[in-house]
Ligand binder design. Sequence first.
Ligand code: FE
Ligand code: FE
Ligand code: ZN
Length: 276
Amino acid sequence: MLRIGCHLSSSRGFLAMGREAVKIGANTFQFFTRNPRGGKAKELDLADVEAYLEFAGEHGIAQILAHAPYTLNACAKDEGLRRFAYETMCDDLQRLSHIPGSMYNFHPGSHVKQGAETGISYISDMLNRINEHGFETPILLETMAGKGSEMGRNFEELRAILDRVEDSRRLGVCLDTCHVFDGGYDIVDNLDGVLEEFDKVIGLARLNAVHVNDSKNPRGSHKDRHEKIGEGEIGLDAFARIVTHPSLRNLPFYLETPNDLEGYGREIALLRSMAG
Ligand code: FE
Ligand code: FE
Ligand code: ZN
């Protein structure tokens, strides 16, 4: 059974997200841990979490993906911004310790003229310091489109970050189909080759989740504009191969397409029908 869901608004709590997911045929979902533009998180409502966990158990939702605010920049030049990224991620991971089976995805950051080398060292430093807390939730680095000075624009950059984390056992990667396509990887005509390369550079054992998005722009554009499944440059046939690929089909898939709930429901049904 394909594990698939979409990005949901977390403003009404976990039980509400669980119910929404089930309503649209999803068996997992993604959510922002707080306002995506940063800011303080609401106090975690433990009664809501408990009710959610019971509901999730009854409806076969085993794993969900928390997404860090995309404004965090672990490799900012400003020390205060770097500290803010570290503190926010620690706070998020502390909260996620109440939600078994969750994973935590973040954008590595933008080095903004400091160079990739400096970016890599700041990001791995932060992950080393996060590790000192002993959080159990897996942390995933997202593959990025390489817009501006975005880190994680290719597999090698993610590998370089992982290499400098002393204990990387809880670190993984979330592959975003729009982003890797934007980054130049040919997942349309050479999905096997791209996944072989992923395996060679990072190792497929690190691949823990897939963001499944079509792209408004052609391969290699570095623009990061998501499109609805089948309506962009990646196209439906490629998604049929993605959801059935032996290296991917057992991973959880998350839609982040420009859609409302009903639209997500249709995309989930479509991808399920292609997965067979
Ligand atoms: Fe993301
Ligand atoms: Fe994504
Ligand atoms: Zn994106």
